[in-house]
Design a protein around this ligand. Structure first.
Ligand code: NI
Length: 179
């Protein structure tokens, strides 16, 4: 296991749709475990493989950091099969430094995925877990939460980021819950 480097917007790897995993075998374990370790260390409640430069449809999630590891989800090729209702949630992201914004998502989702030990599972989720699942699956499709806010807000963030980088202030400050 190792801590992996989290790519930050506007890194190109975040804009690329990830490829489905075709063979679920033991070789994935070290990547998945390193992703989980990186997520807890960040800290964040979710991390998708493209965020660490791996173009694979793999996600780790844990919305309960009070008992780390107990509720850890390791999902391979996750997909949303049902979505209901609407919720607005203030989202942040480990790949988008120093910014959060309200994003509209489905309030409840049913997700199907595979686990690293080749079991097909279904997850019914609402609240933060539903939001986080949608946010992570977006990462697998090369999308960030800032692609789901208004263009003007996104432009303002781009400008702010440019200025932060120019001023040498683009350090990664932990802010809100980051997904
Ligand atoms: Ni994210």
């Amino acid at each position: 296991m190792a801590l992996l480097k989290i790519r930050k917007f506007p890194d190109q790897s975040l804009k690329t749709a990830a490829a489905p995993v075709e063979n679920i075998d033991g070789e994935l374990n070290s990547l998945v475990d390193s992703m989980a370790q990186t997520m807890y260390a960040a800290p964040g409640v979710g991390l998708a493989a493209p965020q660490v430069g791996e173009s694979k449809r793999i996600v780790v999630l844990d919305t309960n950091h009070e008992e780390p590891g107990k509720h850890l989800l390791k999902l391979i090729n996750p997909r949303i099969v049902e979505a209901r209702g609407k919720v607005i949630w203030e989202e942040g992201c480990l790949s988008v430094i120093d910014f959060s914004a309200d994003v509209e998502r489905a309030a409840q989702v049913l997700v199907k995925a595979w686990t690293p030990d080749q079991k097909e599972i279904e997850i019914e989720a609402n609240d933060l877990l539903a939001v986080a699942l949608q946010h992570e699956i977006d990462h697998l499709d090369g999308k960030l939460f800032i692609d789901r806010i208004s263009r003007i807000k996104r432009e303002l963030y781009r400008r702010k980021l440019k200025k932060m980088i120019k001023d040498g202030k683009a350090d990664d400050r932990p802010s809100k819950v980051r997904i």
